[in-house]
Design a protein around this ligand. Structure first.
Ligand code: GLV
Ligand code: MN
Ligand code: MN
Ligand code: MN
Length: 412
């Protein structure tokens, strides 16, 4: 019994045709027009399988396949359906369509399962709208409350709460929908690696042991906007050069002051008014800091705060540093790692155990249930870009491992 590569491919192609940036990768932000269209497609596929479907107040789609024993806890699988701007075809979606395929195979083969199987398609994992990652899973697990949705805002200053409400979600209800321990027995997420280890070592499967923690800061620097020609250098209060100094220092802090695996990135920056002959009045940028050790993140965070103060005082700038999102480093369940590993060995799959440098919705669930993750290779290690690529043969292998793991978990 195995998964069907053509069906997986078909789902991925059908979904990724729906993008706000044709020919420039996948842009499918949660709560957008593209998100609605993709939801319609996926929900139809889920209905065709006879799943019972519920969309919660933050937009997570939960779809259950029940053979018998409706009241037993579910084996959950899935991932997210949103993307970064100009992202790839495989990040998140691969875990959703393989979960769908697992249910198709179980159903068409009449496989006996003692626990229900639940597919979850998380909303707003990437943080593309509000700068905070894993909003759907933070709400599902109670790490975020309704109040938090009122605080986090998009670039137009509109709260997550309002955006979700305008999308037609029953957002006021989110605190009644928190996942309970007795609802779920295990969660398994399949995802593309998004790094180059598996591809460079020609290995098809990664079994994840730990997921990095993450802190996202927003830095605001305010100076004085003025004429780029007539303002001498000594009379300027230019927040752009202040930002440049801080950004360079982030690279230095991660490389030289923090730990072996600490990384720091500035990938989002806003300049006002953004004119080539105008000294900027204000710069805002985000700093994304990650490590599997909390200490590594904390070192860079302290450096960010002290360097920003130093640069702002030296240059006469107003400044603000806000932590807009964070998640802890997590170790995944050794029980699930062992089950996935045994299953891979029984089926002679080529695998290694590894850590994840990307965050995933699964990182929010360990307080509630046993969590495992399966990685499949990203060609050349590319992700969060249009060139992101994973071979369908590898996705099929990952899907077969997911299928066999889920069946085992549902019959323990
Ligand atoms: C989310 O995909 C992240 O790891 O940034
Ligand atoms: Mn992802
Ligand atoms: Mn991603
Ligand atoms: Mn991610």
């Amino acid at each position: 019994m195995e998964s069907c590569i053509e069906r997986i491919k078909n789902d991925i192609e059908n979904v990724t045709r729906i993008t706000a940036t044709p020919n420039m990768g996948c842009t499918r932000f949660s709560y957008s027009k593209e998100d609605s269209e993709v939801r319609e497609y996926l929900i139809k596929e889920m209905k065709d399988l006879g799943l019972s479907i519920k969309v919660d107040g933050v937009g997570n789609i939960r779809a259950k396949y029940i053979d018998n024993n409706e009241d037993k806890p579910s084996i959950m699988m899935g991932s997210h359906i949103d993307t970064v701007a100009n992202g790839g075809k495989f990040d998140g979606l691969t875990g959703v369509v393989t979960a769908l395929e697992v249910i198709r195979v179980i159903k068409e083969n009449n496989v006996k399962i003692n626990n229900p199987i639940e597919l979850i398609a998380f909303a707003e994992e990437e943080g593309s709208n509000f700068g905070s990652t894993m909003v759907g899973s933070k709400i599902l697990t109670g790490a975020y409350k309704l109040e938090d949705l009122k605080k986090i805002k998009n670039d137009d200053g509109i709260s997550a709460y309002q955006v979700m409400k305008d999308f037609g979600l029953d957002v006021d209800n989110v605190e009644n929908e928190v996942l309970k321990k007795e609802e779920v027995k295990a969660m398994v997420e399949l995802h593309v690696e998004q790094g180059g280890i598996l591809d460079s070592e020609q290995i098809s499967i990664g079994i994840v042991q730990a997921i990095v923690g993450m802190k996202t800061y927003k830095v605001k620097l305010k100076g004085v906007s003025n004429h780029a020609g007539s303002t001498p250098m000594y009379l300027r209060k230019d927040p752009m050069v202040g930002a440049a100094e801080i950004i360079i220092h982030m690279e230095k802090a991660a490389k030289e002051k923090a730990l072996k695996d600490t990384v720091a990135t500035v990938g989002k920056i806003h300049c006002q008014p953004n004119g080539s002959n105008v000294i900027p009045g204000q710069i805002e940028f985000n700093v994304d800091i990650r490590d599997v050790e909390t200490e590594g993140m904390e070192i860079v965070a302290r450096e960010l705060i002290s360097k920003t103060k130093e640069v702002a005082e030296k240059r006469g700038l107003e400044y603000k540093v806000d932590l807009i999102g964070e998640s802890e480093c997590v170790k995944l369940s050794s029980k699930l790692i062992n089950i996935i590993e045994d299953t891979a060995l029984e089926n002679k799959y080529n695998f290694i155990k590894m850590n994840s440098g990307a965050v995933h919705d699964s990182a929010m669930l360990p307080g509630i249930t046993d969590v495992g993750m399966i990685f499949v290779p990203s060609i050349n290690g590319l992700s969060h870009c249009p060139q992101e690529l994973t071979k369908f043969e590898d996705i099929k292998l990952g899907c077969d491992l997911l299928l066999k793991t889920v069946i085992k978990l549902a019959n323990e």
